[in-house]
Design a protein around this ligand. Structure first.
Ligand SMILES: Nc1ncnc2c1ncn2[C@@H]1O[C@H](COP(=O)(O)OP(=O)(O)O)[C@@H](O)[C@H]1O
Ligand SMILES: [Mg+2]
Length: 607
C-alpha cells in the first residue's frame, strides 16, 4: 500500500503534476449523481453574471437621459427594440433587473450549496469508512494527525473549491469575456489600448502581492517560533523555577522577539514599496486611460455616459484578471487536496464497514514455523520459526524477556500483520483464508493499559456487544467484579468516563474491559500482562474476574508475574525469536539450568 509523496499544501506557487491532476479529477465521480442540480446552479450563475454586467452598462445612461438624449438599447431590424426617453423609464428597467438578479443569485447560491453539501457529506463518510477499514500497518506509516486532517482540512479545501472558487472562476471568466465585449462595442480603439496595458499592470501587481503575502507568512512563522518558547516555559514553569533558569529563558525569548522585530521591519519596507507601486503604476494607468478617453470625449467620439461605462468596465476587467490569478492558486490547492483524498480512497480496504453475522470458532490454534518481522522494520526478525499448538479450551502462557515477541504473537493471531513464512491456523483453517472480521469477532484482548472511549461506563461495556440488554450488561459487570464500584458512582452505569468525566483507576478500567470481553463472549481470549500495572489489592479483584472470563475459552496469557500462570496447561518460554522451552510449571521448574527456572529465581529474589 504505497502512498505517493503527497502534493504540497502550498501548491499555489508550484505546478501540480499530470498524475495529481488526473487522480484529483476522480472526485467528479461524486458530482455525477447530483449533476442536474449542479448544471441548474451553473445556469443561474451565468444569468446572475450577465445581469451583474448589465448594471454598470445601464447606470451611466442616466447621464445621457439627464442631458435629454434618447437611449437606444438592443439594435433590431435597422431600428431598436428598446427606446428609452426618461430617467424614470430607465429606473423601471433597472428595478426589474434588480429583482431578477436577486432571485437568480439566491438560486445560484442555494443550488450550489445543495450539490456541494451532498457531495461533501459523501466524501467525508467514505473517507472515514476507508480509513477505519485500512490495516494497522497503514496507521504505523502515517501520522494520525495527518490522517484526520484529510477529513478536516482537505475536505474543507475541497468545500471551498466547490462552493466558492469554482463558481467564482466561472463568474470571473464570464465577466472578463462580457466586459471585453461591451468595451469593444463602445470603442474598439480604446479597448485595444486598455487590453495591452491593463493585464500587464494587474499581473505585476499580483506577483508583487504574492511576494508580500509570502513575506508575511514568514513573519507569522517568526511569531509562532517565539510563542513556542512562551508555551514551553509556562508549561514547565516548575522546572524553570526549580533550576532557577528564569534568566536563561528570558534570554531565549529575547532573541526570538528580536527576530520578530527584524522580520517585521524588513516587511515594512516591502509593504511600503508595494503602496508606492500601486500609487505610481496603478493610478498612473488610470490617469493615462482617463487622459486618452477624455481626448475622445473632447473630439466628440465618446459621450459622457460612454466614458463612465468605459471606466467602470476597465475596473471590472482589471478586477477579474486579478481575481483569476488568485483563484488559480486556490484551485491548485484544491486539486492537491482532492488528490490526497483520492489516494486514500483508492487504497485497498482490509475490512468492510457493514454489520456481520458471527460464526463461532472452536479455538484450536496452531503456529507452524512462523517467521515474522514488522513492515516498518523489515531488517529485524522478531519471530524466527515458532511452532506450537493450543487446543480448544486450553490455557497457554507465553513467557520471556521484554521485547522477545510475546505481544507480537497475539497481534499476528488478530491478523494485524501478515507473517513472512510458515502458517497460522485456527480449527485447521489458515487465518489468512478467513474473513478477517470473522476472525477478530471470535477473539478478545485484555491489555495492560486499557483505554476507554470518552462516553459512559455503559457505552464502554456495550462495545463488546452493541445489542446487549441492560440485564446482560449488569451480569457482565458483576462477573467482572465491576458492579460494586460502578454502583458507588451517583450516576452508576451512566457515569461519563475519560477526559471530560470520572477518572477511573487502572484496576477499574481493567474490569470494565473484562466486562466488555465477557459480553463479547469470544472463543479465544488474549491476556497481555493484564494485571502487571496494578497494586496487589486490585490485582486480586482483576485476577478473579479474569478466571471467570477464561472459563471454557482458549486462552493465551502473557504474564508478568509467573505466579499467576502456575496452573496453565502449557507454558511456552521464548528466547531470541525462538521457543526455548515448553511444558507445564511442574516439568519446567524441574529443569535446573532451564530458562524458566532462571526467570522463577529472578522473581523470587525480587520479592
Ligand atoms: N509496531 C511495531 N513496529 C515495529 N517493531 C515493533 C512493533 N511492535 C513491537 N516491535 C518490536 O518487536 C519486538 C517484539 O515486541 P513485542 O512483541 O511487543 O515484545 P514483548 O515480548 O515484550 O511483548 C520488539 O523488539 C519491539 O521493539
Ligand atoms: Mg508485550
Amino acid at each position: 500500500m504505497s502512498f505517493r509523496q503527497p502534493a504540497t499544501t502550498e501548491t499555489s506557487s508550484k505546478k501540480i503534476s499530470k498524475e495529481t491532476l488526473q487522480n484529483s479529477l476522480k472526485i467528479i465521480h461524486y458530482v455525477k449523481p447530483h449533476k442536474t442540480l449542479f448544471f441548474l446552479g451553473l445556469i443561474f450563475l451565468i444569468l446572475s453574471t450577465i445581469t451583474a454586467l448589465l448594471f454598470p452598462y445601464l447606470f451611466p445612461l442616466l447621464i445621457d437621459l439627464a442631458h435629454q438624449k434618447k437611449v437606444h438599447l438592443i439594435p433590431f431590424n435597422g431600428g431598436h427594440l428598446i427606446n428609452i426617453y426618461t430617467r424614470v423609464e430607465l429606473i423601471k428597467y433597472i428595478t426589474v433587473l434588480l429583482i431578477f438578479q436577486s432571485i437568480v443569485s439566491f438560486g445560484r447560491l442555494y443550488l450550489f450549496a445543495q450539490t456541494n453539501e451532498r457531495i461533501l457529506a459523501n466524501v467525508r463518510h467514505d473517507l472515514y469508512n476507508k480509513i477505519i477499514s485500512l490495516p494497522i500497518s497503514f496507521y504505523e506509516k502515517n501520522r494520525i494527525g495527518e490522517l484526520s486532517s484529510r477529513i478536516t482540512t482537505d475536505v474543507i479545501k475541497l468545500q471551498d473549491a466547490l462552493s466558492i472558487d469554482l463558481a467564482e472562476f466561472f463568474r470571473q471568466i464570464l465577466t472578463l469575456i462580457g466586459g471585453i465585449a461591451i468595451l469593444i462595442f463602445i470603442s474598439p480603439k480604446m479597448t485595444l489600448f486598455i487590453l495591452t496595458i491593463v493585464p500587464i499592470v494587474v499581473i505585476l501587481g499580483f506577483i508583487f502581492g504574492k511576494f508580500i503575502r509570502r513575506k508575511s507568512a514568514e513573519a507569522q512563522e517568526a511569531i509562532a517560533n517565539s510563542n513556542v518558547v512562551v508555551e514551553e516555559t509556562f508549561q514547565n514553569i516548575n522546572i524553570v523555577k526549580a533550576y532557577t533558569n528564569e534568566w536563561f529563558e528570558s534570554n531565549r525569548y529575547y532573541k526570538k522577539v528580536q527576530k520578530v522585530k527584524a522580520v517585521f521591519l524588513r516587511n515594512a519596507v516591502y509593504r511600503g514599496s508595494f503602496i508606492s507601486f500601486i500609487i505610481i503604476i496603478m493610478f498612473g494607468v488610470i490617469a493615462l486611460v482617463l487622459y486618452k478617453a477624455s481626448g475622445l470625449l473632447e473630439a466628440g467620439v465618446l459621450g459622457d455616459a460612454q466614458l463612465l461605462q468605459f471606466i467602470i468596465f476597465t475596473v471590472f476587467i482589471g478586477g477579474s484578471i486579478a481575481g483569476l490569478g488568485e483563484l488559480y492558486g486556490k484551485l491548485m490547492a484544491a486539486f492537491g487536496a482532492s488528490d490526497r483524498i483520492m489516494q486514500i480512497l483508492n487504497l485497498p480496504s482490509e475490512t468492510e464497514t457493514k454489520p456481520i453475522s458471527i460464526h463461532k470458532l472452536n479455538g484450536n490454534i496452531r503456529f507452524e514455523d512462523v517467521h515474522f518481522n514488522y513492515p516498518t522494520r523489515s531488517d529485524v526478525d522478531v519471530l524466527k520459526g515458532i511452532s506450537f499448538t493450543v487446543n480448544k479450551g486450553e490455557k497457554v502462557a507465553l513467557v520471556g524477556a521484554s521485547g522477545v515477541g510475546k505481544t507480537t504473537i497475539l497481534q499476528i493471531l488478530m491478523r494485524f500483520y501478515n507473517i513472512q513464512k510458515g502458517s497460522v491456523t485456527i480449527d485447521g483453517t489458515s487465518i489468512y483464508d478467513m474473513n478477517v472480521q470473522q476472525l477478530r469477532a471470535n477473539t478478545a484482548l485484555v491489555p495492560q493499559e486499557v483505554m476507554l472511549f470518552g462516553g459512559t461506563i455503559k457505552e464502554n461495556i456495550l462495545y463488546g456487544k452493541l445489542d446487549a440488554t441492560d440485564e446482560e450488561i449488569m451480569m457482565a459487570a458483576k462477573k467482572a467484579n465491576a458492579l460494586d464500584f460502578i454502583q458507588k458512582f451517583p450516576e452508576k452505569f451512566e457515569t461519563v468516563v475519560g477526559e471530560r468525566g470520572v477518572k477511573l483507576s487502572g484496576g477499574q478500567r481493567q474490569r470494565i474491559a473484562i466486562a466488555r470481553a465477557i459480553l463479547k463472549d469470544p472463543a479465544i481470549l488474549f491476556l497481555d500482562e493484564a494485571t502487571s500495572a496494578l497494586d496487589a489489592e486490585s490485582e486480586k479483584l482483576v485476577q478473579s474476574a479474569l478466571e471467570t472470563l477464561m472459563e471454557g475459552r482458549t486462552t493465551i496469557v502473557i504474564a508478568h508475574r509467573l505466579s499467576t500462570i502456575r496452573h496453565a496447561d502449557k507454558i511456552i518460554v521464548l528466547n531470541q525469536g525462538k521457543i526455548a522451552e515448553e511444558g507445564n510449571h511442574h516439568t519446567l521448574s524441574a529443569q535446573q539450568d532451564g530458562l524458566y527456572n532462571y526467570l522463577l529465581k529472578l522473581q523470587y529474589q525480587l520479592n
